[in-house]
Design a protein around this ligand. Sequence first.
Ligand code: THU
Length: 155
Amino acid sequence: MTKLPRQILRLIDTAVSAQKNAYCPYSRYPVGAAVLTDGGRIFAGTNVENASYGLSLCAERVAIFNAITRRQTGLKAICVVASLAKPCGACRQVMFEFSTKDTLLYLVSLNPNNRRQSITRTTVHKMLPAAFDPLASGLLAANPKNLLRNRQKRR
Ligand code: THU
């Protein structure tokens, strides 16, 4: 891959650090995530498991919900770090909600010594073809990004 922009390197570093904070005593599968928002801010997330397994949350959703809680309006890029970085289907759908066709997805797979192994760049839309689309379904009248902007105005 060609030289990555500084903001993207920061995004990757944030996800790598977040992976170290994973709470995953059941799966022992730490995942880190970070999102770069339209406003140029970066938010982190890690997987948080629970003794009642179904209550566990993936790193990607924690990072996205963190950004949304801070009133961010859309995602420019997302990074996922794991031994095999492949977002689950549920997370892909949540990513889709706040993405455009240009939202980049960096998948960073690390080897057991946590040395960077491979970085793949794709897009959220490519990773979820035929997504359940809030616009195509008629559930949202406007672009979801505009909806998030409206949310700011309603304050
Ligand atoms: N996990 C994530 O955090 N993100 C993914 O994309 C895939 C799976 C977590 C959920 C669970 O805590 C552990 O990895 C093993 O499935």
